[in-house]
Design a protein around this ligand. Structure first.
Ligand code: AOF
Ligand code: ZN
Length: 346
């Protein structure tokens, strides 16, 4: 017997959307499934920033277009109503006079924000909103945060020993997690628009902040916070192999892949940095800094998600790990060989 369930169709659309996690930001991930008499006759997703939207790909995958006017369209985000890089998806669905459109979420983009659904209704198309709504909000947590708060979605990550240390007492780096966890961290880097550290991490670890251990993952923009602009130029983050932004209070300059950006807000430095990143189209920031920087992000209430690895090794002495503040709830708990990974959300 064929399984015909609106929830399964929408789940398929969400799964398709998620395939584009490394390639569509600052656009949202969107997937679309077209169903005729209980059979999927077309599907597609928004695969590349600037490329065709999910509905366009799904409609063009349908071989017999004459079936469209008897079909239901499951799409994870409200079809757009604006002329952007592509013509409005609502117009495309109206042109084919599809029977019904089912969506997870309204598009928070002020250019759309309900107008796409209104267009469909005005054209006599049946519309349903809110199927798997939470899953849709989760999928596009970065896009929704950026559109609604004007700030990127901020993820902080650290690794600590069983007794709660992140580095040796002299700050010399300490390999805590297993190779498998390191692989996961590189996958995570490729999923976010920017990766951020403070001056201290650059000095003590000299990190590259690129994606090496995850096949073909895209490199995020590197962001370095150096208030007094006191870092010398020899560190790997300044090698210009990857776009790098250095936020500080004194200097403004631009070379090919290296930009120094002067912030005029000493007290709300982190907030001002995040606002500027959002203005540059950065919808998510992965903070891989040390405990002092992470604590500053917590104190400024700028963190959306926390990812903590805890290994079973003990160090006895060292630099103490940050604490997950009250108000965060445990969402995921995984055991990865000797590492326990906990993910918390506000
Ligand atoms: C859809 N289907 O697959 C996506 C939508 O610059 P553009 O023309 O690509 O438009 C980007 C905006 O379109 C984006 O901010 C969001 O509001 C919407 N995304 N809409 O109908 C899609 N990706
Ligand atoms: Zn569209």
């Amino acid at each position: 017997m064929m399984v015909t369930s609106p929830t399964l169709y929408m789940q398929r659309a969400l799964d398709l959307a998620g395939l584009a996690i490394e390639s569509v930001s600052p656009n949202p991930m969107v997937g679309c499934v077209i169903v005729h008499n209980g059979e999927i006759i077309g599907e597609g997703y928004h695969a590349q920033y600037g490329g065709p939207h999910a509905e366009v790909n799904a409609v063009s995958s349908v071989r017999d277009k004459s079936l469209l006017n008897e079909s239901e369209v499951y799409v994870t985000l409200e079809p757009c109503s604006h002329f952007g890089k592509t013509p409005p998806c609502a117009d495309l669905l109206i042109k084919h006079q599809v029977k019904k459109v089912i969506v997870c979420n309204l598009d928070p983009n002020p250019l759309v924000a309900g107008k796409g659904l209104q267009k469909l209704r005005d054209a006599g198309i049946d519309v349903q909103v809110g199927l798997l709504e939470q899953a849709g909000l989760e999928l596009n947590k970065r896009f929704f945060k950026a559109m609604q708060a004007g700030l990127p979605f901020v993820i902080v990550k650290w690794a600590e020993t069983a007794d709660g240390f992140v580095a040796n007492a002299d700050y010399s780096p300490l390999a805590i997690t297993t190779a498998t966890s390191n692989l996961i961290v590189h996958k995570w880097r490729s999923e976010e628009d920017a990766i951020l550290v403070g001056k201290h991490t650059v000095e003590t670890d000299n990190p590259s902040l690129n994606v090496r251990n995850w096949p073909e993952g895209k490199n995020p923009v590197r962001v370095v916070l150096d208030r007094n602009n006191s870092l010398g130029g020899d560190f790997k983050v300044f090698d210009q192999t990857q776009k790098t932004l250095v936020y500080n209070l004194v200097k403004e300059s631009e070379k090919e892949n290296l930009q120094h950006i002067k912030i005029n807000a000493d007290t709300e430095f982190l907030l001002a940095v995040l606002r500027d990143l959002k203005a540059k189209g950065i919808h998510s920031v992965f903070v891989e800094g040390g405990p002092t920087l992470i604590k500053a992000f917590f104190d400024a209430k700028l963190v959306d998600e926390v990812r903590v690895f805890k290994n079973d090794k003990a160090l006895k002495d060292g630099i103490a790990a940050p604490h997950v503040p009250a108000g965060f709830v445990l969402k995921e708990n995984h055991q990865i060989i000797n590492d326990n990974l906990r993910i918390y959300r506000k």
